[in-house]
Structure formats: C-alpha cells, structure tokens
Design a protein around this ligand. Sequence first.
Ligand SMILES: [Zn+2]
Length: 113
Amino acid sequence: MEEVVKVFDCSIICGERTKEDQSEAFISKRSQTDWPDSKHNKEPSMAVDVAPYPIDWNDRERFTLFAGYVLGIAKTLKTQGRISHEVRWGGDWNRNWIVSDNRFDDLVHFELC
Ligand SMILES: [Zn+2]
C-alpha cells in the first residue's frame, strides 16, 4: 500500500482485527469469517481493508479500478522479489479476473495468499 498511495490516494480502514472486532464484523455480515480464521486475525495481519479517495461506498466501479491498480502493483512487486506473496481482492475471491461471478463482495479487502 506504500507503493499504491504514491499514485492512488487511499485510506487504510483496518489491518489486524481483535477477537471482538472480528466477531462484530462476522455478526454484521461485513465478513464471512469468524475469529480466528480471517486473515485479519493473523499477527502481523495478512489482510488490509483500504478505500480509495474520494470514498463513495456505492461506487463499485471506482473500487474495481482501485483494485486493478493494487493488484498490478502487487504483481510487479512480486515479480521484482520485493514481496513474497500474491494478493487476493475481495471483489474477485477466486482470482479469475472476472468480477461478475463474485458471490460475496468485500471491495475494500486485500489479503496476502
Ligand atoms: Zn478485510
């Protein structure tokens, strides 16, 4: 995200989640995973929730554009050996580059896999 924010202004909403935070996210259906199984529950966190500025929660296209940028940066960093993991986005869980088949949209969610 340090590389992403150089070009695409954004805000990190959350990284690591406590047991209470994860349970609240699970109960309110913002997450499909209860504690301790979310990548937000690892230490250090293996997931981050990030929103692009200007934040418009109803603008799925903007989140998709942002995610494409994040995934492109991640792929470049992986190719350069600067990160060791792939990145998965919550708008394309199966990582097939098709967003219309996504059954649970978590458009702010990015995780290392
Ligand atoms: Zn998340």
